[in-house]
Design a protein around this ligand. Structure first.
Ligand SMILES: [Zn+2]
Ligand SMILES: [Zn+2]
Length: 179
């Protein structure tokens, strides 16, 4: 399948239009054949790939980490998945280094500046993890009562800001495949 960068239309090879463009600059002249979008005739088309979850057709850069569309990846982001992903991402970190979940709490929830963070410790991390679990619990209650406190959205924005969405997608894919 192909997708048009200009109008977003998704189509297969049989549907694609071909356009011939005459090149007079070539000695004797020549026609160049283009495959183009059947809707808008743009030649800005690209072969699509499938989201590993919904199997929808997407442009390669629309698939996060090359695996999931944004909607599917967003839907699978939970507090539990974030903790498990963080544990995996932090596995080679020393105790004095700041780990993923505590970094999220400090920077996004408590609003601390990255440059003011010097390091961490086992005790501090336990405290931050407890804070995270409290926030996750409060989020569950809020959702049950029909209000969204944007906690998961904050985690998403954090992952996006610190360029971790690709890693999260890869982690999720490995987890889903090994399941
Ligand atoms: Zn088009
Ligand atoms: Zn999807």
């Amino acid at each position: 399948m192909f997708k048009c960068h200009d109008c977003g239309h998704i189509f297969d090879e049989c549907e694609a239009e071909t356009r011939n463009e005459y090149h007079s600059e070539v000695p004797g002249g020549a026609y160049e054949r283009f495959m183009c979008c059947p809707c808008c005739e743009s030649d800005e088309i690209e072969e699509t790939r499938r989201c590993k979850n919904c199997e929808g057709e997407f442009l390669p850069d629309e698939l996060i980490g090359g695996y999931y569309c944004e909607e599917c990846l967003k839907a699978s982001l939970t507090a539990e998945n974030f903790i498990a992903f963080g544990k995996d991402a932090d596995r080679n970190m020393a105790n004095y280094q700041l780990h993923t979940v505590e970094h999220f709490m400090l920077v996004w929830v408590f609003g601390v500046n990255d440059k003011d963070i010097s390091g961490s410790s086992v005790e501090f991390r336990a405290l931050m993890e407890a804070e995270f679990k409290n926030a996750a619990e409060a989020h569950r209650t809020a959702m049950k009562c029909g209000t969204d406190d944007k906690f998961i959205e904050q985690i998403w924005n954090y992952l996006e800001d610190y360029k971790m969405l690709d890693d999260f997608a890869e982690w999720l894919y490995e987890k889903e495949v090994k399941k």
